[in-house]
Design a protein around this ligand. Structure first.
Ligand code: NDP
Length: 303
């Protein structure tokens, strides 16, 4: 660790603002720097202590143990890979959890978030679950946003500090809600980005570069919000009238994409999966309905 200090006694700052951050991946490091820039005294801990060196040089205090990091401040921000990492760190340090507010910004499922909130409550701590919606470069930008859920009074008490990192979008008391909203966003993000990469692969197989394709794909993406705005009230009302589109037409369209992919010598797994879902909708009798009826197909499959 060289010059890094291993003391975590929180003497507080002139303005009394202090926080503990556990986890120094790219996200945790960006958070520590943002807190420091905003005048916070930051105590930190990370499994790989060497990642703290630069931050200590910038003014943070490295705790020798997770217990010490937890003891330093009421507010503890966790920025870890997942909840397995959370338990790996907190279980051996559980006796230092009483009275802490643990802002858990580690991604995982809503069920794991609820379970962790209960586990923390059992040790006298309160969890605020968070789902950060921006990459590390978005930390410290007021237009960035993070979902939060958990006890409203606890959120309100710490909102000002959380706003230092990003805008804070409180979703409700259920500790699973922030994780759920985060996963809903990621569901759409990964599927969309995969469709982008697939389209690029087909383009490149035909001698078109990703750069040449970009304006056209951007234009398609820009039209998506209008489609969502049109279909949203219908989906909420369970109205899948086939007046502007029909699932049967969609099947033919996806089939063309599948064959274009195959003819280009590109992997067909993605359009084949899409076609299979459209065909399930046909088999369920939705051929004359809008393709929005696939939402009913998805829900049935999950039951
Ligand atoms: P990383 O996966 O790089 O974070 C790793 C952190 O978790 C490190 O501090 C690492 O310690 C620690 N860790 C992992 N496993 C263990 C373990 N078993 N025991 C102890 N510590 C462990 O992620 P990021 O910093 O990129 O992100 C942090 C969280 O934020 C993640 O949940 C991520 O999904 C979420 N997020 C990230 C975004 C991004 O763009 N990066 C965007 C939005 C959310 P060590 O340094 O020792 O390996």
């Amino acid at each position: 660790m060289g010059e890094t200090k291993s003391t975590a006694v929180n003497s507080g700052t002139e303005n009394g603002k202090s926080v503990t951050v556990i986890g120094l991946g790219p996200m945790g490091q960006a958070m520590v720097r943002t807190f420091l820039k905003n005048g916070y005294q930051v105590t930190l801990w990370n499994r790989t202590a060497s990642k703290a060196a630069e931050l200590v040089a910038e003014g943070a205090v490295l705790a020798a143990t997770p217990q010490e990091a937890l003891s330093a401040n009421e507010l503890v921000v966790l920025s870890l890979t997942d909840y397995d990492a959370v338990y790996a760190i907190l279980k051996p340090a559980a006796e230092a959890l009483a009275g802490r507010v643990v802002v858990n910004l580690s991604s995982d499922t809503p069920a794991k978030a609820r379970e962790a909130a209960e586990w923390l409550a059992g040790h006298g701590a309160t969890q605020l679950t968070g789902g950060v919606q921006v990459p590390p470069s978005g930390i410290g930008q007021p237009e960035s946003s993070t979902f939060y859920s958990g006890p409203k009074d606890v959120f309100a008490a710490h909102e000002e500090t959380l706003q230092v990192l990003t805008g804070a979008d409180y979703r409700g008391e259920d500790p699973g809600l922030a994780a759920l909203y985060y996963q809903l966003q990621m569901d759409m993000f990964w599927t969309t980005m995969l469709s982008y990469l697939h389209s690029v692969a087909v383009a490149e197989a035909n001698g078109i570069t990703a750069a040449e394709l970009l304006p056209y794909l951007t234009s398609t993406m820009a039209s998506i919000p209008n489609f969502m705005a049109f279909y949203t009230p219908r989906v909420d009302a369970g109205d899948h009238t086939g007046d502007v589109d029909k699932l049967a037409m969609g099947v033919a369209s996806v089939d063309h994409i599948l064959h274009t992919t195959k003819d280009s010598g590109v992997d067909t797994a993605l359009p084949a999966a899409v076609l299979e879902i459209f065909r399930r909708g046909m088999a369920a009798g939705h051929g004359g309905d809008s393709f929005s009826s696939l939402t009913e197909v998805f829900k049935k499959a999950a039951a």
